[in-house]
Design a protein around this ligand. Sequence first.
Ligand code: CTP
Ligand code: MG
Length: 382
Amino acid sequence: MNHHSKTALIIPAAGSGERLGANLPKALVQVAGRSLIEHAIYRLAPIATQIIIAAPAGYEAKFSELFGQSATVVTGGVTRTQSVKRALAALSPEIEYVLVHDAARAFATLDLAERVLAELVGGQLAVIPGLALADTIKTVNAEGYVTSTPDRASLRGVQTPQGFSRATLEKAHQLSSDLTDDAGLAEELGIKVKVIAGEEAAFKVTTPSDMKRAIELQVEDSHADIRAGIGTDAHAFSADPSRPMWLAGLQWPEVVGVDGHSDGDVAAHAICDALFAASDLGDLGSNFGTSDPQYAGAAGATLLKETLARLTRAGFAILNISVQIVGNKPKIGARRTEAAAALSQALGGAIVSVSATTTDGLGFTGEGKGISAIASALVVRR
Ligand code: CTP
Ligand code: MG
């Protein structure tokens, strides 16, 4: 059993970004062509089966538009604690582990999230990333005089994602306290909070100078190890009129399905092949086996999820995917966005675009004998 299927990611993103001073909520401010919340979610999406965003009041539709079905959007509260509390109310029943992650820490890596989750799976109830401090810290009174100098060696600057067992986080949020992180609430409950090594990349975008740092980081990132892959698949329409048509993660009731060992979703299969090719992990057959009984009748979405898990384990992340469906039927146009959202959801929120074409009566697709798909994938090695 994969622990990601029991994990939710909560993103408090309802702050206004007072200190940054942009004229829109901080989570929507762009760095290198993407908003901070998109950076945060695209990096960490593979860790979770459910993503819940707390959006600033009035911006819910804007956030829903960005992520479609791959995320649940709730209205945030007046404070961060209240925003997380509202997101918690939307957790699905199967969730056992919850990672809470600031939209403002947009560049935290999947590796950090995986290390937090691994501690939870190992039995910890509350896990937070922390870094040693470079500056000496003083506590200061209202008049501006130092009141104490805590020992720096025992201090940590803490980050997100902060991970909790579901029960721990729900209990912590029943307290009336309002704090700047969730671990503080767990501490009040007397829960032992485990600190693991944080990372520089998980810094919080707070001020305009943090913004400059974020932009520089993205420029460096553009020299990353980026790889492309292609994949195709084809199936013949079935002679069995009761065979359901599955395509791009959706069922198409007006069309008879195709023959095949799995559900015959050519779009999903072409994408799996493109992803395996881009990351040099073989192909659909070598990964899932055309005769393996485990995958008999397997849904396209299941294969996509498993492909993503294998890619992630091998150190790759998806940048974007494009898939073109070739055939006379079904007509894709009216459900194009829905299809892209279904594929994206199965791939942890990755950017997926769907297009379709006919072949002017030529070939097996033009003659209406079957359907095919061609996909390209761009991935980056972390
Ligand atoms: N946050 C939230 N709900 C609030 C306040 C903050 O969900 N009522 C979120 C922010 O969107 C951010 C995270 O909590 O992702 C950390 O907060 P911070 O960095 O302080 O963001 P802002 O509150 O937006 O910034 P500022 O304090 O400068 O206004
Ligand atoms: Mg704030």
